[in-house]
Design a protein around this ligand. Structure first.
Ligand code: FES
Ligand code: MG
Length: 580
């Protein structure tokens, strides 16, 4: 037989397409209506291609073209490629937040992988939540899998200047509000930002998670950085189509790639690239699916000796296209050297530092990827994990996006129970805030504002903008876009909506932030907090049916990755019973 599987390996697809009698006929006959040649059911590996794209998810809209390249490779290697859609999550358009659906995508994809006659899968993702969602699904079925992200958009270009996805939206908004940019110029800039297929080209969550997929060993080298429109991304996809067939034949599973070592590498790489705070939540959730012990404090402990090497927006100057031409993630991995587990396994079959070993990971632009002995930001200045009586289960702050002068700060709280409550007064010239005020924004956590949206970096009150204030301390149980910046304490856990201490803060309370000391403190004595706690009543449920109800009833806090409690872990891929 021309496409025999490895000796002794009975592929799971044989339980469908290799079945005798009525069952086999049912499984094969309807597939034949697509015009496949007779011998595609000869026992060759069946490769699913999970496409998380649609016209409602613009960052992923081109993934079906990448799927075509994957198919070429699968056919060449003697496999049968079958493309299928999974939830497409468009970060910018979905309300109340795409994050509300990450776990639903993960659940949908997991069930599709298990229920269908697939021996392995190529996961095509791009926009923020699609990468973690698909990795969670792959982890929970543990079928051979490989990821290809869709790649970043070309650099934004506005009047000779590079502009970055998201980052410049916040910048331009502040410029317009401060009267330094006209509405007309801002409207023109809008057309200059998103110029090609692809996801955000800042080091936002999509670029971060693409790098995480590569650092975990699930995406081939350079996969995170080729621009979406670069021909080499399509060549990589074709190679990956060949490679997934090998992974199936060799029975290499995600659990043997996404190990504790791989997660330690990912956490360190995230520090080196100045990655999004959202990576914390997503990596915790993926690790939870695999049973890999990974804790919030690991993100601080493992990153403390890792400097930030990349000078990319939102913290720095450059964009993903520059990062690609400077050498891509393999150059960062080469620079980190022994700070990583260099022998960690990857989907290529080689170790994570294989490009470096082969001399294929030089840096071509030291402005973009800085050397480790002359980094962009010193070690220990990445995402810090804070604790204290205001965040007993932890909170995070992205130091590189913060104003250094605010990293140790004590100020009076001005509390808002929702972003809407804040926006209603943000333009008020008499708002009772000054530059030292700590804006406390609550009820934005996983169940309080279902999905824990990226609302924490509320823009500064107009009164302070008019005074020339550019940053202030904000404390919130929600998230912040990976493209955003500011001294914003995020992911405060437990969240206010479940009775976390954030719910007890009142206007005028003193809040202390001590990032070097890793502390977030509410300077109110315990007796008073007890009295407030006794008087606290939980908010009314946000939904009495449907997905939102299931989500709110079962979502874990941010320090556990905001997965649903019943989705943690893996169920494998076995489905012993017939469908007819
Ligand atoms: Fe899709 Fe940023 S909005 S990647
Ligand atoms: Mg985002």
């Amino acid at each position: 037989m021309p496409h025999a599987t490895a000796p002794g390996r009975d592929l799971r697809s044989r339980h469908w397409f290799g079945a005798d009698g009525r069952s086999g006929m049912l499984y094969r006959s309807w597939m034949r209506n697509q015009g496949f040649a007779d011998d595609v059911f000869d026992g060759r590996p069946v490769v699913g291609i999970a496409v998380s794209g649609s016209e409602l998810a613009p960052c992923n809209a081109h993934l079906s073209r990448i799927a075509e390249s994957v198919k070429r490779g699968v056919w060449e290697a003697g496999g049968l490629p079958l493309e299928f859609p999974v939830m497409a999550l468009g970060e910018t358009v979905l309300r109340p937040t795409a994050m509300l659906y990450r776990n639903l995508l993960a659940m949908e994809a997991e069930e599709l992988l298990r229920a269908n006659p697939l021996d392995g899968v190529v996961l095509l993702s791009g926009c923020d939540k699609t990468t973690p969602g698909l990795l969670m699904a792959a982890a929970s079925t543990d079928l051979p899998a490989l990821m290809i992200t869709g790649g970043p958009m070309l650099n934004g270009k506005f009047r000779g200047e590079d502009i970055g996805s998201g980052t410049h939206v916040w910048k331009f908004e502040a410029e317009v509000r401060a009267g330094r940019m006209s509405e007309a110029d801002c409207a023109f800039a809008e057309s200059c930002m998103s110029r090609s297929n692809g996801h955000c080209m800042t080091m936002g969550t999509a670029s971060t998670m693409a790098c995480m997929a590569e650092a975990l060993g699930m995406q081939p080298p350079f996969g995170a950085t080729w621009p979406a429109v670069d021909a080499r991304r399509y060549a990589m996809a074709q190679h990956s189509g060949r490679r997934i067939v090998d992974l199936i034949r060799e029975d290499v599973r995600p659990s043997s790639i996404m190990t504790r070592e791989a997660f330690e590498n990912a956490v360190r790489v995230n520090a080196a690239i100045g990655g999004s705070t959202n990576a914390v939540v997503h990596l915790l959730a993926i690790a939870g699916r695999l049973g890999v012990p990974l804790e919030l404090d690991d993100f601080d402990r493992l990153a403390r000796d890792v400097p930030t090497l990349l000078d990319l927006m939102p913290s720095g100057r450059f964009l993903m296209e520059d990062f690609c031409y400077a050498g891509g993630l393999p150059a960062v991995i080469a620079e980190l050297g022994d700070l990583l587990h260099t022998g960690a396994a990857t989907v290529t079959g080689g170790p994570i530092d294989a490009p470096a070993r082969a001399g294929e990971a030089p840096c071509h632009d030291r402005r973009v990827i800085r050397p480790i002995d002359d980094p962009f930001k010193a070690a220990g200045t990445g995402t810090a994990v804070l604790r204290g009586n205001l965040a007993p289960s932890g909170a995070v702050v992205k130091q590189s996006a913060a104003d250094e002068r605010l990293l140790v700060h004590r100020g009076r709280a001005r509390v808002f129970d929702s972003p809407e409550e804040y926006y209603a007064v943000a333009e008020d010239p008499d708002l009772d805030v000054d530059a030292d005020t700590v804006l406390v924004l609550r009820n934005c956590g996983p169940s309080g504002y279902p999905g824990m949206p990226e609302v924490s970096n509320v823009p500064l009150p107009s009164r302070l903008l008019a005074q020339g204030v550019t940053d202030m301390v904000r404390v919130c149980d929600g998230r912040m876009s990976g493209t955003a910046y500011g001294t914003v304490v995020l992911h405060v856990a437990p969240e206010a909506a479940v009775g976390g201490p954030l719910a007890l803060v009142r206007d005028g309370d003193e809040v202390g932030l001590d990032v070097p000391g890793r502390a977030l403190t509410l300077h109110v004595d315990e007796g008073e907090l007890e009295r407030r706690r006794a008087a606290w009543t939980p908010p009314a449920p946000l939904a009495d049916r449907g997905w939102v109800r299931l989500y709110c009833d079962t979502v874990l806090q941010a320090d556990r990755g905001a997965d649903l409690d019943f989705l943690v872990g893996s169920s494998g891929a076995e489905v012993p019973r017939e469908s007819h």
